[in-house]
Design a protein around this ligand. Structure first.
Ligand code: ATP
Ligand code: MG
Length: 448
């Protein structure tokens, strides 16, 4: 097979080889070449020791950040290339990086330390494959299989549990049977893995096109770092709106959103508070009164545990909190919500509500879904027309209020909010003269 390899990578392989060392492309880029997908970076492994690699690239810009683990980064044509000496790894006791690495002279020993067969293939400059674990066959079959004995590999580094699920969700590959069983059995190894590492894999998993299949098959893995999910996974909902239990509904809702991390996280967590709010009425129908607020609180806690950035966490918590609100299909209600949430969050909320509906009994919610489309069209029009929906859009500001004789302080805000309320309700146009005359009416005693 002919592979397209960038000239920078070729040059590096050639330089090392001219100096008498072995050098191969390895890992994700080789896997992606075989999958016929453009690699996003090009990792190189070599028999050269780090100091020898450095002398080979003496005239280049070199970054030494990974030196302790045998990696140096060389800039070629402005692109960074990581060059790593063949190595084996010690244990991951700090759960971030191996405690130590041993440099070795044999490519196969280096490939053997890698996680999955598809990630343990090397390609030489001449295009020849070194594939001792049958990675190419597994790629063709769409299978994720551990290199070596699965249980042992997951015990060495629990993060591999999440990496397997991530590749499953992103590539739509199946997990080979023994690998899958070892994941269920060794999922508790995630306990020793740094939250930041889990976070990275979870984010990639959630935006994968087959996220639903993975959530369906491996809820037990997610419950390792988010035990709050457990009651949702087993939640039954005897309610005419719902044709599925809590977990299956959640999965359908996740699948119904575009591949956007904020939306997918929101759908994963939106009903997390339901189990603790469940009540059953005299007809045997289940209700979950007040669950959005509880879901929001739990989501906040869960996103903190996994060290999500503030912006993502706050946005998800807001969307979870409001996921169940009723938005009447009227301009003034839409303007109010646009103003309260801001347009970006508002449009995300419409996506959330649509996805939530897609996870319910379709016949019963299809009118609601059609209504959401109308709200979206109206909101787009309101925004496109530059209509006023927040204080900053108002044709007057605090200075105008003070100039009209109202003392600086909280009263100014009260007056402005009162004006905004009237504009939102369509009682007065967002027009400077009209608003100034209303301000004058506010304070008849002070006007002169
Ligand atoms: P991506 O396309 O997301 O970059 P990748 O497979 O290249 O996927 P990296 O984290 O860049 O993932 O790792 C590069 C290579 O290092 C992998 O292909 C694999 O061979 C090896 N590797 C990475 N993480 C582990 C791990 N936790 N255990 C064993 N091998 C690993
Ligand atoms: Mg990579």
């Amino acid at each position: 097979m002919k592979f397209e390899i960038p000239s920078g990578a070729r040059h590096i392989l050639q330089t090392l080889s001219d100096a008498g060392y072995e050098a191969y492309l390895v890992g994700g880029c080789v896997r992606d070449l075989l999958r016929r997908v453009d690699p996003h970076d090009w990792d190189i492994c070599t028999s050269a020791r780090p100091e020898d690699t450095e002398s080979c690239f003496a005239g280049h810009r070199i970054i030494e950040t990974g030196l302790k683990h045998g990696t140096i980064t060389v800039l070629e044509d402005g692109e960074p290339y990581e060059i790593t000496t063949y190595r084996t790894e010690g244990p991951y006791s700090d759960s971030r990086r191996p405690d130590f690495v041993n440099f070795v002279s044999d490519l196969e020993a280096d490939l053997a330390r890698r996680d999955f067969t598809m990630n343990a293939i090397a390609i030489g400059l001449d295009g020849s494959l070194r594939d001792p674990f049958g990675g190419e066959t597994d790629i063709k079959a769409g299978l994720i299989r551990c290199v070596g004995e699965p249980a042992q590999r997951f015990r060495e580094d629990g993060l591999r549990v999440m990496r397997a699920l991530r590749f499953g969700a992103v590539f739509g590959y199946k997990l080979e049977e023994e690998t899958a069983q070892a994941i269920h059995k060794n999922r508790h190894m995630l306990e020793h893995v740094a939250a930041e590492r889990i976070n990275v894999e979870l984010c990639k998993l959630l935006v994968g096109s087959k996220v639903g299949d993975i959530l369906r098959q491996y809820p037990d893995v997610l419950c390792e770092f988010w035990p709050e999910l457990k009651p949702l996974v087993t939640l039954k909902q005897n309610n005419p709106w719902h044709c599925w239990g809590g977990w299956e509904h959640t999965i359908h809702a996740v699948e119904a959103t575009p591949a956007d991390l904020t939306l997918r996280l929101t759908m994963l967590l939106h009903d997390i508070g339901k189990p603790s709010c469940k009540s059953t009425d005299e007809n045997g129908v289940d209700h979950f009164y007040g669950h959005p607020a509880i879901s929001a609180k739990l989501s906040d806690q869960m996103l903190r545990t996994l060290k999500f950035d503030n912006k993502t966490r706050e946005r998800v918590v807001t969307l979870v909190e409001y996921h169940d609100i009723q938005i009447p299909c009227r301009d003034r209600s839409i303007r109010k919500w646009l103003g309260r949430l801001g347009p970006e969050t508002f449009f995300q909320l419409l996506e959330v509500k649509r996805a939530d509906g897609m996870g319910q009994a379709y016949e019963l919610v299809k009118d609601r879904l059609a209504q959401l489309e109308k709200i979206k069209a109206k909101a787009e029009e309101i925004v496109a027309q530059g209509q006023c929906f927040s204080l900053k859009d108002l044709a007057v500001n605090g200075r105008d209020v003070i100039a009209a004789g109202i003392a600086p302080g909280p009263e100014v805000g009260r007056v402005l909010n009162g004006l905004l309320e009237q504009v939102l309700n369509g009682l007065v146009p967002n027009n400077r003269e009209a608003l100034l005359s209303l301000i004058a009416d506010e304070q008849p005693n002070q006007s002169n």
